[in-house]
Structure formats: structure tokens, C-alpha cells
Write a protein that binds this ligand. Sequence first.
Ligand code: CP
Length: 333
Amino acid sequence: MPRHFLSTEDWSRAEISALLDDARLLRERPRQDRVSGKTAAFVFFNPSLRTRSSFQIGFSQLGGTPVVLDAAGTWPLEYVEGAVMDGEPEEHAKEAARVLSAYVDLIGIRAFPKFQDWEAERHDPLLSAFVEHASVPIVNMETIVHPCQELAMLMALQDTHGDLSGKTFTLTWTFHPKPLNTAVPNSALLAATKMGMNVRLLIPDEAYRLDPRFMEAGERFTEEAGTSLTVTTDIGEAYDGADAVYAKSWGRLDQIGLPMEQRLTPEDYRRFIVDEEKMALTNNATFSHCLPMRRNVKVTDAVADSPRSLIIEEAANRLHVQKAVMSQLLGAS
Ligand code: CP
């Protein structure tokens, strides 16, 4: 049974540290012939700028041959066991995963939830089907979590703050005109708590809490580390003395499945924008975001372009951390 990279939740703190150490070696020397003769398929059911380019370039820099499969909107896959396939999908994940496994040594999957039925989607069904039926390692390129993004975030934070133990990480919800995936906040919460940070989750109201499976995992990691995970709707409390501010917008889980016109975000919640006034409350905190990012809606230009902004460093780190992950999964670190 191959090992997969599905969520940082499944990897120990020591293993994550080792991946980050290797990512730094790969940053120093980007071209290393580690997977010569091997192939990888990166399958995108949703659009991408960073993930697509960094996985393709990264696997090439390791000496392998990547193929990018653009399934966004064109190749719906069935994944329900026993489904009567008389709808849109022409193919079941059972075949797709086994066929790709016959061609390649590693598969990456990007498959956002469809935001129709969270009770089913919270179990990551398409990714789970690939894990069940593929015979090669699987890398999660963003589903209900985004573990590669959060390795990149940790690397950028360590580069600035050093050891992250005991540092305060404020994960703030921000306004967005439409409800977005919770993958990045789920992963940011998992990664920051696992690496020993005190985490504050700032939400506009209780309806924006993350799924209990991620909240409970974060609580478990903080208990193990002797740190804290707090949830607050108080902006001042969340920013006070923070060392790092991480911003993301996400939709309410209890509204998934409703028509979009019923999933409106109150205009008043625009006040959660990350601005200089809020950053002044922190301990000269760094700012970051996974990108793409709506300027002057989620964050002001002044904060995004400040010397404490790590947005470009974090995005650049995607290349290095993903190469470390793929090397590890292919026994080529
Ligand atoms: N952050 C991120 O995953 O970017 P893309 O959606 O462009 O891949």
C-alpha cells in the first residue's frame, strides 16, 4: 500500500519538519535528478494558476515526466460505489484511478467540493475513491483541505519567525462576494496547531466555524503541544499581540446546498478586511494569504505590499515543498 499526502493531519510534526528541511535543500539546488524515468499525472477538476504550474515544473526539475490533465468542467467522474451511471459522468473513479496507475508513478488530484451536500462532501469522496482504487501515491492538490499550501505557509513563517513553537497565529475570515471553499482555513488550522503555535480563529459569527473534524483535530494538536486554540468574533482580541496573521474567506457550511442567492454574506462583514489599523494591534505580525486574493476586499494594498507580507514567498515555496513531498512519496528524498 503506497503512502499518500492527503492532509498534514496524517503526518507527524517530525515528518513535516523533515519535508520542510528537504524543501530548503531543493530551494538551494532546484534541479536534482531524483525521479528520473518516473511519470506523474496531475488531474485538475478545478482551475489553478499556482498549483498547476508548480507541480508540473517541480516534477520536471526532479527529472521526471509530468502530464497535466485538465478535467475542469470537461470530465465529470462518478465516485459513488454502486452508482447507476445514467447522468453526466461517463467514467467511474474506479477505472480512472486504475488506468492512471498503469501509466504513472504518482497522481495529484484537485477536486473541490461541489458545495451541494456537505455531509457527503466532508468525507472527500472523489479523493477517497482515488486512494481506494489507485496503486500509486496520491497527492492532494486541494479538496476539502490544501496541505501543500500549508506546508508552503509553514516554510515562509519559519523563514521569518524561526521556531514557531509558542508563536501566536491569527487565522482571520475575510469578506468575499461569494462563498468559498474551507480547504485553506482547515489546513492552516491543522498545520499551525500541529507545529506548536497558539491559534486564534477569528470569525464574523458562530455560523462560520469550521467543520468539527478540523476543530477537534486542532484541539488535539494544541493539547499535545501545550498551546491553545481559541475561537473569537472579537477583532481586537484576535489581533492583539499576534505574531502572524493569515487571511482567507470561506462560506458557511450550514448554507451549502442552498441556491446562491440565499447564500449572501452581510455587507457589514466587510469590516473584517485586514488593514493597517488592525495590523497595528499585533506584535509586528507577518501577513499572508494563499492567493488568489482580492485586494482591498480581503486585505488593503498597504498590508499586502508591506515588508511583512509573505504572500509571494509562500506562493514561491509551493514549488519547493511539493518537490519534497513527491520525493518522499517516491522514495527519492
Ligand atoms: N493557492 C492556490 O492553490 O492557487 P491556485 O488555485 O492558483 O492553484
